[in-house]
Design a protein around this ligand. Structure first.
Ligand SMILES: *Cc1c(COP(=O)(O)O)cnc(C)c1O
Length: 403
């Protein structure tokens, strides 16, 4: 433990992160410019809705969406997207959520898109209606959900179609958008971890998605407690009304016109379902600065650096008889090359190795999505050269110990 850092001061071990951008170990390292901006943002008061309007402008420019919004994370953003699709501009429904009695609130989703994060959609009061099967994953067929199955599931209770964006998800977004829009229903895309590539900032919007969600604390490297929404102006307006602090007298309520059309609503809504997902001035400033820097950074150089790091780790581990090593972009981590280390010896297994590494000081976290194949993975995205060398040293040390 390094006593010269705040974590050492607190007596809490730090983590060397070979697992990628995982919230449970701190997500990503914030860009220094964003951290500096947050420090400065703490020195003044500001009207939060003005900052949201400023963020909206930036998100709109970068994503080609009509508007944008910042919440306390992509998960919170999903809840607000569902809330916007259910309530739209109806103040009474906003006030009632998550109670949806008598109000259409179903979100249709291909079954193979269901995942732990869709709890966030249900948090708003939505019920998920999943359609199709899981044949591609099971090997019982190649098609999970036929587009017609989405079409026939949409009825008068449907408020949105939910879509989980991953390189391998099907059916393609454009066909889902066509069906949803043919039924006058918006599409919500969870693209929380789909950066890089940077082109994804605009890709889903350009394909016709009505609301797209990104995490601000993954590759963008803004504050951990930020998430972005890019989407239709009317839906973003509903999100703002259900998220901003509303304890204000209607006589003096004057929100920024770019975000909220004051004249089109009859009064001030109550504190909405998003009030618990608030974003402070520091987070808003931090994510704006991080997003600006993210789009301007040299993505090719960064990808090259990750490839070099992955190859260097793989090279050293290949020399060892205990491991079978492959470098692959396994699709699970977008365009980030990841080292898959399969443990060969009968007396070592991936679970033990992952456990032992986590117990060290500093803790070492490796990827554990493939433990069932006796594989740990090393993702270079959150590693410096020095940390990558440390990870390999420790993996080798444990292998030697169990030889
Ligand atoms: C990380 C992630 C989220 C949640 O993002 P937060 O910003 O941590 O709230 C949601 N959906 C998917 C697919 C994710 O990978």
């Amino acid at each position: 433990m390094n006593p010269d850092t705040v974590y050492g001061d607190l007596g809490v071990s730090t983590v060397i992160n070979a697992a990628g951008t995982k919230t449970r170990i701190g997500g990503s390292l914030m860009r220094p410019a964003a951290a500096d901006a947050m420090r400065e943002a703490a020195d003044d008061f500001v009207r939060i809705s003005d900052l949201q309007a400023r963020a909206s402008k930036l998100i709109s420019e970068l994503t080609t969406a009509e508007a944008g919004y910042v919440t306390s994370g992509a998960s919170a953003a999903l809840t607000l997207c569902a809330a916007a699709c259910i309530a739209q501009m109806d103040l009474e429904t906003m006030s009632a959520l998550p109670d949806t009695e008598g109000v259409p609130s179903d979100i249709v989703m291909p079954r193979s898109h269901r995942n732990g994060y869709d709890h966030a959609l249900r948090t708003a009061g939505a019920a998920i209606v999943d359609v199709g099967g899981n044949d591609a994953a099971l090997g019982t067929g190649s098609v999970n959900t036929e587009p017609w199955e989405i079409d026939s599931a949409i009825d008068e209770e449907t408020v949105a179609v939910g879509y989980m964006a991953k390189p391998e998800t099907s059916p393609p977004l454009d066909s889902v958008v066509r069906i949803a829009h043919g039924n006058d229903v918006p599409v919500i895309v969870d693209a929380a971890a789909e950066l890089p590539p940077v082109g994804n900032l605009s890709r889903f919007v350009e394909t016709g998605a009505d609301l797209v969600v990104f995490s601000g604390g993954k590759a963008i490297r803004g504050p951990q407690t930020t998430g972005l929404v890019a989407g239709r102006r009317d839906l973003v307006e509903s999100i703002a009304l259900q998220h901003l602090d509303m304890h204000t007298d209607s006589a003096v309520w004057d929100p920024p016109a770019e975000l909220i059309d004051r004249d089109s609503i009859s009064g001030v809504p109550r504190q909405g379902i998003g009030r618990g997902f608030k974003t402070g001035k520091e987070e808003l400033v931090g994510v704006i600065v991080a997003l600006e820097e993210f789009v301007e950074s040299d993505h090719e150089a960064e990808a090259e650096q990750w490839a070099i790091l992955a190859d260097a780790m793989a090279e050293r581990l290949r020399d060892r008889p205990e491991f079978t090593v492959r470098v692959a972009d396994d699709g699970k981590s977008g365009s980030v090359p990841t080292v898959a280390v399969e443990l060969r010896a009968a007396d070592t297994d991936a679970v033990e190795l992952a456990h032992a590494l986590r117990g060290e000081d500093p803790r070492v976290f490796v990827g554990t999505d493939r433990l069932d194949e006796n594989v740990v993975t090393l993702n270079p995205m959150c590693l410096t050269d020095e940390h990558a060398a440390h990870v390999v040293d420790r993996v080798v040390a444990h292998a030697e110990k169990t030889d």
